[in-house]
Design a protein around this ligand. Structure first.
Ligand code: ACO
Length: 364
C-alpha cells in the first residue's frame, strides 16, 4: 500500500462500481430501480415486472414469470439435508446443485437469471416441507411466483390479498445498490465465474445477522418488549449494554428507509394483520426517540427489516424462513448486477494495509 492510498474500514464511502440498476440516496431516503421510485413499483407493479425491469432496464408492466417445479437433481439434494439445516443453506445448496448441472458459461444472461428466479421459491418451499416430514408439492398452474411460493409452502392456494402482500415484499427486497451481498456477487462474476456461483456467494453474505438475518430477530425483540409501555426501558437497556437493536440503523440511510415505509403500509393493509403490528408501530416510535436521545450524533432510523418482519409473519412464514425469502427477492438485483459487472469485465481486487510482522526469518 502506498502513502497516497486511502484506507476506509468496511470500504465505507468508497465507490466500488458504476451501476444503472438501482440508486440509493441515503440522505433523502430515496430508492430507485432503473430510475423508478420504490413506492410506485410496490403499489403499481408486480414482482415479475420488477424482475424484468431490473434485468432489461425497461418497464414492461405485463411481464410474466412462471413458477416452476424443483428440478429433480435439486430435489434429490434437498432430501439429503438434515432437518436442522438453515433455510439459507438449503437455498444456496439448491442453486449450487442446479448450477452444477447446467454447464453455465460467462457472461451471465437474463435468461439464466429468470430460470433461477422461477425455481428458487419452489426449492425453498420444498425444503420447508421436507424438514417437517412432508412431501414437496408442485406449483399450481396460473399462480404468480409469490402465490405459488405460499401454496407450495402451506399446501393451499393463498387468498389474493395475502399473495399480493408477499409480492410487494419481494419487490421491496429486489435491489439495493452495492450492499454486502451484491458486492460479493459482483466480485465473483468479475473473475468470469458463472451466475450460480455469484448467487451462492451472495447468499452466503446475506446470511449474516447484520444483513439479511435481522427480521427474524425483530420478532424475538418484540416478544421481549411485550407491550409498548415497556419499550423505553427495553431500548435504554439495550443501548446501555451496547447491544444492537435489530431493524434500525443502516450503512447508507440517514433518513427513514423508503422500503420500511412501503412495507409498513403493506403490513397495515394485510387481511391477516399480525397481532403484534400495533406493538411494532408503538415500539418503533419509542425506540426512535431513545436513539435520538442516546445516540444524538447519528441519525438512526428504522430499516427495511423492521416491517419486513411484519409482512412475512403476516403471510404465515416462520421466522427462520425470513432471510431465505429475502434472498429469493434479491436474486433479481444480484443477477442484474452480475450482468452489468460482466459488461465491465474488470477484476475487483482492492489492496490491504499490512499490519503484521516486519520481514523475519526461520531459525535454521
Ligand atoms: N442498534 C444499536 N446501536 C447501533 C445500531 C443498532 N441497530 N446500528 C448502529 N448502532 C451504533 C453502533 O454500535 C455504533 O455505535 P458506536 O459509534 O458507539 O460504536 C454506531 O451506531 C455506528 O454504527 P456502525 O456500526 O458504524 O454502522 P454501520 O453503518 O457500520 O452498520 C448496520 C450498519 C450493520 C446495519 C447497523 O446499523 C446494524 O447492525 N443494525 C442492526 C442490524 C440490522 O437491522 N440490519 C439490517 C440492515 S438492512 C439490510 O441489510 C437489508
Amino acid at each position: 500500500m502506498s502513502a497516497d492510498q486511502v484506507f476506509s474500514p468496511g470500504l465505507a464511502g468508497v465507490i466500488g462500481a458504476e451501476t444503472a440498476v438501482g440508486s440509493v440516496d441515503g440522505a433523502a431516503g430515496r430508492l430507485l430501480y432503473r430510475g423508478y421510485p420504490i413506492e410506485e413499483l410496490v403499489t403499481q407493479g408486480t414482482y415479475a415486472s420488477v424482475v424484468d425491469l431490473l434485468l432489461t432496464g425497461e418497464w414492461h408492466p405485463n411481464a410474466e414469470l412462471t413458477p416452476v417445479s424443483v428440478p429433480p437433481t435439486v430435489l434429490a439434494a434437498l432430501r439429503l439435508l438434515p432437518a436442522h439445516a438453515h433455510p439459507m443453506d438449503a437455498l444456496r445448496t439448491a442453486i449450487s446443485v442446479w448450477g452444477a448441472g447446467e454447464r453455465l458459461g460467462w457472461p451471465p444472461t437474463a435468461e439464466e437469471a429468470k430460470r433461477i428466479i422461477a425455481f428458487a421459491p419452489s426449492a425453498l418451499a420444498a425444503f420447508a416441507r421436507l424438514r417437517q416430514g412432508l412431501e414437496p408439492i408442485n406449483p399450481e398452474p396460473g399462480l404468480h411466483l409469490a402465490a405459488a411460493f405460499l401454496q407450495q409452502l402451506h399446501g393451499k392456494t393463498p387468498d389474493p390479498a395475502t399473495a399480493r402482500a408477499l409480492d410487494a415484499y419481494l419487490m421491496a427486497g429486489a435491489e439495493h445498490g452495492l450492499n454486502a451481498s451484491t458486492f460479493a456477487g459482483r466480485v465473483i462474476i468479475a473473475t468470469r465465474s458463472d451466475i450460480a456461483s455469484a448467487i451462492c456467494g451472495a447468499i452466503g453474505a446475506m446470511k449474516g445477522p447484520l444483513h439479511g438475518g435481522a427480521p427474524a430477530e425483530v420478532i424475538g425483540q418484540l416478544g421481549e418488549i411485550g407491550s409498548v409501555d415497556r419499550a423505553e426501558d427495553w431500548a435504554r437497556g439495550k443501548l446501555n449494554r451496547h447491544e444492537l437493536i435489530m431493524g434500525f440503523g443502516h450503512r447508507v440511510y440517514r433518513a427513514y428507509d423508503p422500503r420500511a415505509a412501503a412495507l409498513r403500509k403493506v403490513a397495515e393493509a394485510m387481511p391477516n394483520r399480525p397481532d403484534w403490528l400495533d406493538l411494532a408501530i408503538g415500539a418503533e416510535e419509542v425506540i426512535l426517540r431513545v436513539f435520538e436521545e442516546m445516540k444524538p450524533g447519528r441519525a438512526m432510523k428504522t430499516n427495511v427489516e423492521f416491517y419486513a418482519a411484519a409482512v412475512l409473519q403476516g403471510v404465515g412464514l416462520v421466522p427462520d424462513l425470513f432471510p431465505a425469502t429475502f434472498a429469493i427477492a434479491r436474486i433479481a438485483g444480484w443477477s442484474a448486477h452480475a450482468i452489468e459487472q460482466a459488461g465491465v469485465d474488470k477484476l475487483i481486487r482492492p489492496d490491504a494495509r499490512y499490519i503484521g510482522h516486519a520481514e523475519r526469518h526461520l531459525p535454521g
